[in-house]
Design a protein around this ligand. Structure first.
Ligand code: ZN
Length: 150
């Protein structure tokens, strides 16, 4: 990877960190999960609303390092409007990227985080928002995106 590309990736990450997208809380959320990365002290809360099997709205809140916050911001951009199944596919593709795999096309701008895979201690920073979303999609919802009772 040339220095030019690394600089571009760093700039993408810092842009999302300084001016995060979809920051806050979703109205009428069907999923709302908070998780921590104790290694770094990152805290991420992801809320979303699924309508007709699609992620109609998603937002994140929390605090942490530039990697965790930028990853959360980029994730919300990537999954909004996607079906739950497509979102699951993105979660898997992103995890693969963090394990050193080649970036799949669906990841788009998320390829900017590829360099994190070289720093094992930071991988959990990058995957925290994704794991949080995944927990919300699987743990607390039924197939139609309604909160599971009990
Ligand atoms: Zn972190």
């Amino acid at each position: 990877m040339s220095m030019g590309l690394e600089d571009l990736y760093r700039e993408v990450i810092m842009d999302h960190y300084r001016s995060p997208h979809h920051r806050g809380r979703v109205d009428g959320a069907t999923g709302d999960v908070e998780m921590l990365n104790p290694t770094c002290g990152d805290e991420v809360r992801v809320s979303f609303r699924v309508e007709g099997g699609r992620i109609a709205d998603v937002a994140f809140d929390g605090r942490g390092c530039s990697i965790s916050m930028a990853s959360a911001s980029m994730m919300t951009d990537a999954v909004v409007g996607k079906t739950v199944e497509e979102a699951r596919g993105l979660i898997a593709a992103f995890r693969e990227l963090m394990q050193g795999g080649a970036p799949s096309e669906e990841l788009g701008d998320l390829v900017a985080l590829q360099g994190v895979a070289k720093f094992p201690v930071r991988i959990k920073c990058a995957t925290l928002p994704w794991t949080t979303l995944e927990k919300g999609l699987t743990g607390d919802m039924d197939g139609e995106g309604r909160p599971r009772m009990g």
